[in-house]
Design a protein around this ligand. Structure first.
Ligand SMILES: [Zn+2]
Length: 438
């Protein structure tokens, strides 16, 4: 919508020189936006997740710089995957798990779900799985003794100690959550499946609490082709996965879409189903604040699968909100290390964005954006107003249009001057001709 408006404004400009200038202000289409940057950016972290990341990395960043941190993360993950690929496995559950991890791996260009880099989010997603934590811990105990005395290996040791503390925090968080659910007898009763055959249209971001499908449009002529989008199923009901998946359509081209994952925003849920190999699977209640994927369902192929979601009670909400931060010994959240920008420049595009690169941009209102969020056009963690991203995009569009209007006005002025000069020249020539005739 925004791209279309700006392009309409841009076509007014005919002059060659102006055309060249205006190309700098080209605004990315939504599909281009979705395809830029890392996979995770289609759903940015909320305030609590941002605090968690800063706490997790606090000690690490006191030992190594941000660039070095990225280098070490890539090195560790590459070494780990190289070792892991050589392990012989016979347990079908483990085989399924590692096959699924392969689909997330940045090297798997054919995957719908791969991360585009060995990012913090990639490592964090892996570490959130207990099989990964156990295997990684085992590998670290083999790998660490092979490190030597040099500076580079010392930095690797710092990174290993960061991974170990992440593993310990995640273990603590999991057991605290399990205890809370058991102590409070939190249960979810499945009720009759809501049969809802009306078309469900995709949206760019999860907004309301409840259950979502993560989808991709597969229509080759659609501008949203392969962009990750969401379909909101609702909250408080029992959903049948296969039924619901059949009635989802792309908001751009209205073609049926391909569902590749289920996710939840700030709610509690449970699921049960029958796999195609005749196994009945029931997962206990889980709860989340912010957005979480239900990766477990991808380890099976389903005959049927029911998912039920409910609102969090205020007690559950308080518990889950404070859970991760409360699991750190030192809970002081470090300040952001990165500099803020004073104002948004019209040339800000998504390519140069990214929290890893550390750009933060301040709006006139004083509201801070990380460049990630701008690239996705979504609100910051502190913002709950869904119209916020829209207002931001409108402001950016408006600035671009203002620039173009100035260009047009300037060119018009120059053209008028040229026309006036030509008219004057013509008048003089005609006068001279008339004099000669006389
Ligand atoms: Zn489409």
């Amino acid at each position: 919508m925004i791209g279309a408006n700006s392009q309409a404004a841009m076509t007014v400009v005919k002059d060659e020189k102006t055309k060249e200038i205006s190309s700098e202000f080209q605004i990315k289409t939504e599909a281009e936006l979705s395809n830029l940057g890392h996979y995770y950016r289609s759903c940015p972290r909320n305030k609590i997740q941002a605090q968690e990341k800063r706490l997790m990395e606090k000690t690490l960043l006191s030992k190594v710089g941000p660039k070095e941190k990225e280098h070490q993360r890539k090195k560790i993950l590459r070494n780990f995957f190289a070792w892991n690929a050589k392990q012989m496995r016979t347990d079908p559950k483990e085989i399924k798990f590692w096959n699924w991890i392969k689909t997330l791996n940045p090297d798997n260009v054919y995957s719908d779900e791969r991360f585009k880099s060995m990012s913090y989010e990639f490592l964090d997603r892996l570490l959130s799985k207990s099989i990964f934590r156990e295997t990684m811990s085992h590998w670290l105990s083999i790998y660490e003794p092979s490190l030597e005395a040099g500076d580079e290996d010392q930095k690797t040791r710092h990174f290993i100690s960061f991974i170990r503390s992440c593993i310990s925090i995640k273990d603590t968080v999991n057991s605290k959550k399990e205890n809370f659910i058991a102590d409070h007898n939190i249960e979810i009763t499945f009720d009759e499946v809501k049969s809802n055959s009306s078309l469900k249209i995709t949206q760019k971001q999860p907004i309301s609490a409840g259950c979502y499908f993560e989808i991709k449009c597969t229509n080759p002529s659609c501008s949203l082709l392969k962009a990750k989008e969401f379909v909101y199923l609702g909250n408080g009901g029992t959903f049948e996965y296969l039924n619901e998946a059949q009635s989802c359509v792309c908001r751009e081209c209205r073609a049926p879409v391909s569902v590749f994952n289920v996710g939840f925003l700030s709610c509690k849920w449970a699921f049960k189903g029958n796999t195609t190999d005749g196994q009945y699977v029931e997962f206990p209640v889980d709860l989340c604040t912010g957005y979480t994927n239900l990766d477990e369902i991808k380890l099976h192929s389903w005959m049927w699968l029911q998912i039920k979601t409910c609102d969090l009670t205020s007690e559950e909400n308080d518990f889950i909100t404070g859970l991760v931060v409360g699991s750190f010994q030192d809970q002081t959240i470090p300040k952001k290390k990165y500099k803020k920008r004073k104002e948004i420049s019209s040339e800000t595009t998504c390519e140069d964005s990214g929290q890893e690169k550390g750009m933060n941009i301040e709006l006139d209102s004083g509201t801070q954006f990380s460049a990630d969020m701008i690239s996705q056009g979504v609100q910051t963690a502190d913002e709950t107003d869904p119209s916020f991203s829209l207002r931001f995009q409108f402001k950016r569009d408006l600035d671009n249009i203002k620039r173009q209007i100035s260009e047009i006005a300037f060119n018009t002025y120059k053209n008028e001057q040229t026309i006036a000069a030509l008219k004057e020249e013509y008048r003089r020539l005609t006068e001279n001709g008339q004099k000669k005739d006389v």
